[in-house]
Design a protein around this ligand. Structure first.
Ligand code: MN
Length: 463
């Protein structure tokens, strides 16, 4: 954990923004797999972790802005618990380490919240995303689950987003440590992507590596697939053969729960074919153009469109698209090959703060979500600020059902040469992703470099 002062300062900023009433945080509980005592790996709620620093289940916390008190609610382990879990420090001891002066049993939470509601004092809380949180809120507010979920506080969301969006040096160090692990995962995948192996052997090895290095589970499910055109492909049963192209999109968590999220595209057998190299260079060019243009004040939507422009002009050179490049971008014709957003914020969550609402995190009053296919999936569109950490993950995919549908409608027939796409129907996809920090005058890829150019990836595969 960070210093007590760090958490105290973060909570102080909330109090300044919120001005009056209670601010309620619900930590995560354990989550049963198939019986109450057999649980998934525990993951604390990221905002709870950010403001309170306690990585344990079944806690809640309240800031009383008017009385200037901060209290964590939870129950100390009983002797019966300790037989199974071993001796644990008491909640009040943990709180003291973190600069929190008050703790109370969990049942006390009902009294505190109930008393505030009776006096019509505002009680601010973040949107619930787990059923147990919804039920707790429903109990505390004596309201139906759906009704109470809609009462999440917009001003609290705004305040939390403002703070969590800008990463401190200590947070950047955590993210870089997660990327260091991620680099080992990627280079291991490159070396293991050999003909005859099953995808799951690679996945098992790199996920084990992550756990061994950080002692934490993954920030999201690994994608490792020779069918990269299926964007979130979680099937790992294919046997790889020479000439396949495998997309490896994976991440690790740092010791304090910060995420990394990188993607590399790997030639099975260690050599890209000529055609694979052509498409790979397009995607690399998209990423390079994006990285060069990122700086404070520039809307990330413009960076997305810049990548789309590079795709369009390169595809024109390859003879797969025709016409005016600006029109290909403006019309959305490019999105046949790049149907997702260029990136997202990253921090304690891989899609940082997504539980607070994507539009609250990535959009503003002035920059609203675009409805065009492709752009409508962009998670982050607003102007960049120094200290933002975002992923930059352009991709090019040949998605057979989508190509067939657009071809049948002759959609963007002026721009897309469907006849010349025919040989690419079995191509798969290419994605390249790095985690990037916005600096005072530009942007910098975080962490130690992971092989990325065609020669560097081939060299690593053959090491
Ligand atoms: Mn990503």
């Amino acid at each position: 954990m960070f210093s007590a002062e760090c958490y105290t300062t973060r909570r102080q900023c909330l109090k300044t923004d919120i001005e009056s009433g209670l601010i309620l945080f619900l930590g995560n509980g354990e989550s049963a797999i198939n019986a109450a005592d057999n649980c998934y790996f525990f993951r604390q709620d990221s905002s709870f972790l950010y403001f309170w620093g306690i990585d344990l289940p079944n806690l809640a916390a309240v800031i009383d802005v008017d009385a200037e008190t901060e209290t964590v609610f939870g129950d100390d382990p009983s002797m019966d618990d300790m037989i199974w879990t071993g001796p644990q420090p008491s909640l009040s001891e943990r709180c003291k380490e973190l600069g929190i002066h008050q703790s109370a049993t969990f049942s006390k939470l009902h009294e505190i919240v109930g008393a505030a509601l009776k006096k019509n004092r505002p009680v601010h809380f973040l949107p619930p995303y787990r059923m147990d949180q919804m039920m707790q809120l429903s109990d505390l507010f004596c309201m139906n689950r759906q009704v109470v979920a809609q009462k999440a506080s917009k001003s609290l969301i705004r305040s939390v987003v403002r703070q969590r969006s800008v990463k401190s040096d200590a947070e950047l160090a955590q993210i870089e440590s997660a990327i260091t692990i991620n680099g080992a995962m990627q280079t291991t995948a490159m070396r293991m992507a050999t003909p005859g192996r099953h995808e799951r052997e690679v996945v098992g090895a790199i996920e084990g590596l992550a756990y061994g290095l950080s002692g934490r589970k993954l920030p999201f499910r690994t994608i490792f697939s020779i069918h990269g055109q299926v964007l979130h492909n979680h099937c790992h049963d294919n046997q790889m053969k020479a000439g396949d192209l495998a997309i490896c999109d994976c991440g690790a968590e740092s010791s304090m729960g910060y995420a990394s999220d990188t993607t590399r595209t790997i030639p099975v057998g260690g050599r890209f074919t000529g055609r694979q190299k052509d498409i790979y260079e397009v995607v690399l060019g998209m990423q390079m153009d994006a990285l060069a243009a990122m700086k404070p004040g520039v809307p990330f939507r413009d960076i997305h469109l810049l990548a789309a422009r590079r795709l369009s002009s390169d595809f024109k050179k390859l003879g797969l698209m025709h016409g005016d490049v600006s029109e290909m971008v403006e019309s959305g014709a490019y999105a046949l090959f790049f149907p997702h957003g260029l990136g997202h914020m990253m921090g304690l969550d891989v899609h940082d703060m997504e539980s607070l609402g994507e539009n609250h995190v990535g959009y503003t009053e002035n920059i609203r979500r675009d409805t065009r296919f492709g752009l409508n999936r962009l998670r982050l569109a607003k102007p960049l600020e120094p200290g933002f950490v975002v992923t930059v993950e352009p991709g090019v995919y040949f998605i057979p059902p989508l190509i067939r549908q657009w071809r049948a409608e002759n959609r963007f027939g002026d721009h897309i040469d469907y006849r010349r796409l025919e040989p690419f129907l079995d191509f798969g996809g290419v994605r390249i992703e790095d985690d990037v920090r916005v600096t005072s005058d530009g942007a910098a890829v975080l962490g130690p470099p992971i092989p990325k150019t065609v020669p560097a990836v081939e060299a690593c595969c053959n090491r």
